[in-house]
Design a protein around this ligand. Structure first.
Ligand code: 8YV
Length: 315
């Protein structure tokens, strides 16, 4: 049987690339200098897309592939895939939930610890000789026992809150409704009220048109000059201009960010700020998790072409 043709939107590690190419005729969209020419040449043959969370597949790309049947995302987020365009043509969409939850929560908590305790600045202080030259590192902020707010208590938010409980934090969360699986944590419906009661505010909600800039100027300012904002979800959940203004003016104490508007090109205003910790969208970036994500992405494709139930269907 001939292999189905697949359009690959971004690179994968070798351990995913090899089995993908064993099962499919792979066309590397990301390597094509002339993307329109590639689509004109192979577009009608393409039956599957393999993409990544942040790269997705927009309506224009979907429209250029008249025989597309499935979009398999290497990532849990499906906000970058035009689901309406997929639905309208009966195109299936899959993602990789579950396997990356712990890693994303770990990085969120790591950023909160690092920002609060000045881990990055402390390292530079020791390495640069400032310790010997200027003495002790400036005092930082305690983590244990603080008030935490988790915006979005889905899989990732839940794992963040579980970890914060080990730091004896007073935990509250916002979501569309109170969760019966979180009886020990306070439900605060309004994000501004949640931010007001938080020393450390975690943004962990799945991005959609409805959550665009849900963390607006009012929420950011409610976290306040002593507060810390952590984002391991999507940049679109936060009004980045308002965040930059608040970090620059001191209306927000500090932030730890794994996601950015226009990433990987970061707004240069971030780079000169000392009260922000910048990470290159690497919350799920461990060998163990990326292997599991690659496997699940391929399992979704394999199941589809075998006519079996999809392990992780979005649409
Ligand atoms: C990945 C992600 O960094 O899961 C998501 O939605 O954005 C991340 O896990 C990404 O998909 C890998 O390219």
């Amino acid at each position: 049987m001939s292999k189905p043709e697949l359009l690959q939107i971004g690179p994968y590690p070798e351990w995913d690339q090899v089995p993908l190419e064993e099962a499919f005729v792979v066309h590397k969209y990301f390597e094509a200098d002339d993307k329109a020419a590639l689509l004109a040449e192979v577009g009608p043959n393409i039956r599957a897309i393999a993409t990544r969370g942040e790269l997705g597949a927009d309506a224009e790309l979907i429209a250029a592939l008249p025989n597309l049947e499935i979009i398999s995302i290497y990532g849990v987020g499906f906000d970058a895939v035009d689901l309406d365009a997929a639905r309208a043509r009966g195109i299936r969409v899959t993602n990789t939930p579950g396997v990356l939850t712990e890693d994303v929560a770990d990085l969120g908590v790591a950023m909160a610890l690092a920002v609060s305790r000045g881990v990055v600045g402390g390292e530079a202080w020791a390495r640069s000789g400032n310790w010997a030259k200027h003495g002790l590192y400036p005092l930082q902020r305690k983590v244990t026992g603080k008030k935490a707010g988790v915006l979005g208590l889905g899989r990732i938010g839940f794992e963040v809150a579980k970890r914060l409980a080990a730091f004896d934090m007073d935990i509250a969360y916002s979501d569309v409704s109170a969760k019966d699986y979180a009886p020990d944590w306070e439900f605060v419906a309004d994000p501004v009220a949640l931010a007001e009661r938080s020393d450390i505010f975690f943004v962990t909600l799945a991005a959609s048109a409805e959550t665009h800039h849900i963390v607006n100027q009012e929420v950011i300012e409610a976290v306040g000059p002593e507060g810390i904002l952590i984002n391991v979800s999507r940049a679109s959940n936060v009004d980045e201009e308002a965040l930059l203004d608040a970090l620059e003016s001191g209306a927000l104490g500090a932030a730890g960010l794994d996601v950015f508007d226009g990433e990987p090109n970061i707004n240069p205003r971030f780079v000169v700020l000392e009260n922000v910790l910048l990470q290159p969208h690497q919350a799920s970036g461990t060998v163990e998790t990326r292997k599991a994500m690659g496997q699940l992405m391929r399992d979704n494709l394999t199941a589809y072409f075998a006519g079996e139930e999809l392990p992780a269907a979005v649409v």
